[in-house]
Write a protein that binds this ligand. Structure first.
Ligand code: ATP
Length: 227
C-alpha cells in the first residue's frame, strides 16, 4: 500500500452550540497529523447522549458560520440528512462506499468518549473501517485492564491496535493513535446554561455564532437549553 494515502479526519459531535474548544481541537489535530481534510460531522439524533437542545438546522447553520473563513475545516452534513438515529459505524460505512479503500479515514474522539465505546452500535467494526485518533489530556493513563467490563475491553483495544502518527498516512484503517492535548475549558452545556441565565457566553465561541444565537433566540427556554 502507498505511504501517501489521502487522509481524511472526522470530528463528530452535537455542536450544540459549536464553540472554540471544538474548533481549536479540530484545527490542532489537523495540523498535528497533517490530515488532508478535517471534517466536522454534526450528529442528527445521537443515541449515546441526551437529545440536543436546538434543531439540526440551527446546529448546522452555527457550524457553517463558525468555519466560514477557515479553509482548514469543512462541514460534513451527512448525518443530519439521514433519517433516524446516528451511528458512527453507519457514517464510516457510507464514507467507505463513497471514497473506496485507498483513503485513510480517522475518526477523532476524546478519551472520555473512547471509554464508552463498548456501548456503541457495532463498535467492533469501527476499526475495520477507520483509524481512531484519541485525544487525551497530558498525564492520561491507560484504563485498568484488569477491572473487567468496558474498561478492560478498551484497554485491550488500545494495546492491540496501538499505532503512531505515520500509520495514519500509510494505512487506511485499523490503528488507534493517542494524542496528548490540552483542552480549552469550554463546554456547550456551560454555554447553554449561561444563556439560559441571561449571562453572556462571549469569547467562548465565534462572534458570528453568538449573533446567530441571539437573532434566533436560542437556548433561552430551560437551564439546559431545551427548545
Ligand atoms: P455538551 O456540553 O453538550 O456535552 P460538548 O461541548 O462536550 O457538549 P460535543 O458536541 O458533545 O461538545 O462534543 C463534540 C466533540 O468535541 C467530542 O469529541 C468532545 O470530546 C469534543 N470536545 C468537547 N468540548 C471540548 C473542548 N473544550 N476542547 C476540545 N474538545 C472538546
Amino acid at each position: 500500500m502507498s505511504d501517501k494515502l489521502h487522509t481524511i479526519a472526522l470530528f463528530g459531535g452535537t455542536f450544540d452550540p459549536v464553540h472554540f474548544g471544538h474548533l481549536r481541537m479540530a484545527l490542532e489535530l489537523r495540523q498535528a497529523f497533517g490530515f488532508d481534510e478535517m471534517r466536522l460531522v454534526p450528529s442528527h439524533q445521537p443515541r449515546h447522549r441526551q437529545a440536543p437542545g436546538v434543531s439540526s438546522e440551527h446546529r448546522r447553520q452555527m457550524l457553517a458560520l463558525a468555519i466560514q473563513d477557515c479553509e482548514e475545516l469543512q462541514l460534513d452534513e451527512r448525518e443530519l440528512k439521514r433519517a433516524g438515529p446516528t451511528y458512527t459505524v453507519d457514517t464510516l460505512e457510507e464514507l467507505r462506499a463513497e471514497l473506496g479503500d485507498e483513503v485513510s479515514l480517522s475518526f477523532c474522539m476524546g478519551l472520555d468518549s473512547l471509554l464508552t465505546l463498548p456501548g456503541w452500535h457495532r463498535w467492533e467494526q469501527l476499526l475495520q473501517l477507520a483509524h481512531l485518533v484519541v485525544v487525551a489530556r497530558p498525564g492520561w493513563q491507560l484504563p485498568a485492564g484488569d477491572s473487567g467490563g468496558a474498561e478492560a475491553e478498551v484497554a485491550e483495544l488500545m494495546t492491540r491496535c496501538a499505532g503512531e502518527a505515520a500509520d495514519l498516512r500509510r494505512e487506511s484503517r485499523g490503528r488507534l493513535v493517542v494524542r496528548e492535548q490540552t483542552l480549552l475549558p469550554i463546554s456547550a452545556t456551560h454555554i447553554r446554561q449561561l444563556i439560559a441565565r441571561g449571562e453572556s457566553p462571549r469569547y467562548l465561541l465565534p462572534a458570528a455564532v453568538l449573533q446567530y444565537i441571539e437573532d434566533n433566540n436560542l437556548y433561552r427556554a430551560t437551564a439546559d437549553g431545551g427548545q
